[in-house]
Design a binder for this molecule. Structure first.
Ligand code: SAH
Length: 390
């Protein structure tokens, strides 16, 4: 693990955490941007062109100051500068894993923090975005789940995570060909379907062909199972769906993923069966965390296959990533292999997700805001073991 020196970080944190009355334009929709321009006395007939130009500078070119926008006249640039900002959130820390994974701890103007993770592959990579500060779900195996929900992120704060990552890789202007940041997964902190409006607005900005221009086919949203929102996600955004299943019987899932008490497995799978756009070319991903002696038997695997019959699906087996005080252990390699073999034989792809960035606590379920308020609870097992709370 390499903890980078705070080169410029302190200044940028200070710059972004002192109260700035100016409104950020990052994450505003095109309509909102048009409103702001009218408020700055841009003549109505020029507004659409100005929106287009601003959009191009912000999301295609990655401008960090209005002064760089050379196609926009000096007077308007000055007016924008007076009332608005393009500042990124403060970078409270950037860490790099031995395997190339990068993690940013971002600090917003109110001092709240989230983590964003970039997971590189050979010639591309996925950026894992957070949707909330903290989380309400309390999944017992998830580090973020030990944190209370503090608040939803705004659309601008979600979009800003993408800008920070692309700043870090210098991936401006948006490349037409292969990209480092080729995919986005809404799999960071929080439950995206509990903050749907802001997530949707942010993803529309990210997908906009005149900006970051990332296709919906390269975006996957993961939910623990907010059943009433699943259909809207498919109909309105058309992004790929991942579902954190983790257990095949309601009793156990009630415990591991407590939202199951409200929306049990049958209701969740029904929603998956109806997911707009799901097809053999566009399968639903079922995530399944491998917990030793908890959910990893061959009988679990067989029941899983039975449950998802008829759904265009693939599995994503996630070896449990430990965190301080976690009440679980990862399944043995042998158990994971046997589980995967059963699912494979039934005709489903079941890759085992190689843990990435574990050394910097950047792997699935390990994210947490450093400045989080006190933990909501300690698991019984962790208390019994006398382990410190997550
Ligand atoms: N709230 C959404 C988004 C989080 S996605 C959801 O639940 O789907 C993060 C994924 O990592 C989820 O599948 C989550 O269940 C899984 N996860 C959480 N903690 C983990 C851990 N310690 N080890 C492995 N996977 C974990």
């Amino acid at each position: 693990m390499q903890r980078l020196p705070a080169a410029g970080d302190e200044a940028s944190i200070r710059a972004n955490t002192v109260a700035d009355e100016r409104e950020s334009v990052i994450g505003l929709t095109r309509d909102e941007l048009a409103d702001r321009l009218r408020a700055l006395d841009v003549p109505a007939k020029r507004v659409p062109m100005r929106v287009k130009q601003l959009w191009h500078w912000i999301y295609h070119r990655g401008a960090t100051e209005f002064d760089a926008m050379t196609t926009i006249g000096g007077a308007l640039r000055a007016a924008l500068e007076e009332h608005h900002t393009l500042a990124r959130p403060g970078l409270a820390a950037e860490q790099r894993s031995a395997d190339g994974t990068r993690k940013w701890l971002l600090r917003f103007a109110d001092g709240r923090e989230v983590e964003t993770v970039y997971i590189p592959e050979e010639d591309r990579g996925a950026l894992c975005l957070s949707s909330q500060v903290g989380c309400t779900l309390s999944c017992t195996f998830c580090h973020t789940g030990t944190q209370r929900l503090v608040r939803n992120l705004t659309a601008g704060e979600i979009v800003a995570q993408v800008l920070v990552a692309r700043d870090s890789y210098g991936e401006w202007p948006s490349p037409r060909g292969p990209r480092m940041l080729s995919n986005i997964v809404m799999m960071g902190m929080g439950e995206p379907l509990f903050n749907f409006d802001n997530v949707a607005s942010a993803l529309r900005t990210v997908m906009d062909p005149e900006g970051i221009a990332l296709s919906r086919r390269r975006i996957t949203l993961s939910t623990a199972g907010v059943v009433p929102m699943i259909e809207r996600c498919g109909a309105e955004l058309g992004v790929g769906l991942a579902v954190s299943l983790h257990a095949v019987r309601d009793g156990l899932r009630d415990e591991l993923v407590p939202i199951n008490r409200k929306y049990p497995i049958a209701a969740l799978l029904d929603a998956c069966r109806r997911y707009p756009g799901a097809s053999n070319a566009r399968r639903i991903t079922f995530e399944y965390v491998m917990l030793r002696g908890v959910n990893d038997t061959e009988s679990d695997a067989r029941e899983l296959v039975r449950l998802i019959a008829g759904i265009p699906a693939k599995l994503n087996l996630i070896p449990f990533n430990p965190w301080p005080g976690a009440p679980y252990e990862c399944s043995s390699a042998d158990a994971i292999e046997r589980f995967a073999a059963i699912v494979n034989r039934a005709g489903y792809a079941a890759p085992v997700r190689t843990p990435r960035g574990r050394d910097i606590l950047a792997a699935c379920g390990q994210l947490k805001s450093a400045s989080a308020p006190r933990p909501r609870r300690r698991s019984v097992a962790a208390q019994q073991a006398g382990a410190p709370a997550g």
